[in-house]
Design a protein around this ligand. Structure first.
Ligand SMILES: Cc1ncc(COP(=O)(O)O)c(C=O)c1O
Length: 443
């Protein structure tokens, strides 16, 4: 008995010693030969052989000098393209002065940017964050905080929508309620209910004495580029007003000039009480913001919320420049014009290659093309032809070029798509012919 216990202890000690000498099962002395990708959590699978060295406007360039046309922009982030000279200059100038203070001290650029965002929107006050999910979380807290401060703490539930996406923190996963993302991570009720997209009756049916607000993307992004109709937003606003709820928009993907208006909700002018921003706001520098009406913001008193990095001088300098450059009437008009041009060309591709792509949706330069063949195949083939696009729900490919995209870039991207769709269409015809001949011969 005793000797087997001793043997077991020796074995455990030796396993422990081995574990100290290994990383991911590889001997430390051999670590140079280990693929460094193994040191990253396997939550993404970027293409192994494409490594970008630098970016220039709408193009990304690999270590070996191959140029790719970037129509995904880091998922709607690099709104002014890569290495925009004014953003580079702004970042450099600020970097030489002051990087970080925390919110224990005033950051004047945060104050002026907040004031500007309020002037441009429905809002009266802003909370700055570092990412989209944090901005949504701040909004969720502000909605609940508003009712808690107004002696209605039982009102805490928020209605989200099927097909929505609000981030990857526990709260934002629960808000979107997508079971594929929640399973294994959200074991209990986080206080969200989920209505059908576009169906006001299903929203109405979920409202009870615990409901505090409604959270909606004016254009669903990840779920498959899907704009809410003006009527739906109007009905949501009316429902909130009648039932004493707060309305929150998530404009993390569709905001900041992406659709040709400063904010996507301005196409219908149906304002929310709270709104989250991120992505394009920093043009590639991590920053987010949660905007709110005064009566909501004033409930978020000292100690109710905070952030170490949010609103730091570097982010505020860059975001102020992005807002300055992207919100002029001329810039917005160009986004609209280029969006219409791209939409028109894409619709023509849908007509010519109906066995590959079926329809176009979206607004401005936030566009999706629904595929008939698997969207992953379309995306890979486009990438082989050096055009980078994204995927979205509903079997879509997502086009989010930088807002400074030129007509030439648009024409080039469409020419690449045409070449790829032609190939996919030919393959599809061949596949159908084989299937037909097999079914004929088996009759
Ligand atoms: C609409 C929307 N909300 C929230 C998020 C989350 O943003 P982040 O990844 O910066 O946390 C995203 C990101 O794709 C988004 O598209």
């Amino acid at each position: 008995m005793v000797s087997s216990a001793i043997t077991q202890a020796h074995q455990q000690a030796s396993e422990y010693q081995n574990s100290l000498n290994t990383v991911n099962g590889h001997e430390i002395s051999n670590l140079d030969q280990v693929d460094p990708r193994e040191a990253i959590w396997p939550t993404y699978s970027p293409p192994k052989d494409i490594v970008f060295e630098y970016g220039e406007g709408c193009e990304l360039v690999t270590e070996s000098g191959e140029r790719y046309l970037d129509f995904i922009s880091g998922i709607a982030v690099t709104s002014l393209g890569h290495a925009h000279p004014e953003l580079v200059e702004t970042l450099k100038t600020q970097a030489e002065k002051l990087w970080h203070l925390s919110n224990l001290f005033r950051v004047p650029k945060a104050e002026t940017l907040a004031k500007k965002l309020c002037e441009l929107s429905f809002a009266d006050a802003v909370f700055f964050t570092n990412s989209g999910a944090e901005s949504v979380e701040a909004g969720i807290k502000a909605i609940r905080g508003y009712f808690a401060k107004n002696r209605q703490p039982h009102k805490y539930r928020i209605i989200g929508f099927e097909g929505s996406f609000h981030g990857r923190t526990l709260g934002t996963l629960a808000a979107a309620g997508n079971s594929a993302h929640c399973n294994g991570f959200i074991p209990f009720d986080y206080g969200f209910d989920h209505a059908q997209w576009g169906d006001i009756d299903s929203v109405n049916a979920l409202i009870n004495e615990h409901t505090a607000g409604i959270l909606v993307e004016p254009i669903q992004g990840e779920g498959g580029i899907c704009p809410a109709t003006e009527e739906f937003l109007r009905d949501l606003r009316a429902l909130c007003d009648q039932r004493g709820l707060l309305l929150m928009y998530d404009e993390i993907q569709c905001g900041v000039a992406r659709t040709g208006k400063v904010f996507a909700y301005q196409h219908s002018d149906i304002a929310p009480d709270v709104m989250s921003l991120a992505k394009g706001l920093g043009g590639g520098f991590p920053v987010g913001a949660c905007l709110a009406k005064g009566h909501v913001a004033q409930c978020m008193t000292i100690g109710t919320h905070g952030t170490t990095y949010g609103g730091n001088p570097l982010a505020m300098a860059v975001a102020s420049k992005v807002i300055e450059l992207t919100t002029t009437p001329e810039f917005l008009a160009e986004v609209t014009r280029k969006g219409e041009k791209l939409t028109c060309l894409l619709e023509s591709l849908c007509q010519r290659y109906p066995n590959v792509v079926s329809r176009v949706d979206g607004r401005g330069l936030m566009l999706g093309v629904e595929c008939v063949v698997p969207n992953t195949e379309v995306l890979s083939l486009l990438r082989e032809h050096r055009l980078l696009v994204g995927k979205a729900g509903k079997n879509m490919i997502r086009l989010l070029p930088a807002l400074i995209v030129t007509d030439k870039h648009i024409e080039k991207a469409v020419a690449i798509m045409e070449e790829c769709f032609q190939k996919l269409s030919d393959d599809e015809h061949k596949r159908v012919a084989v299937v037909n001949s097999v079914s004929e011969s088996s009759k």
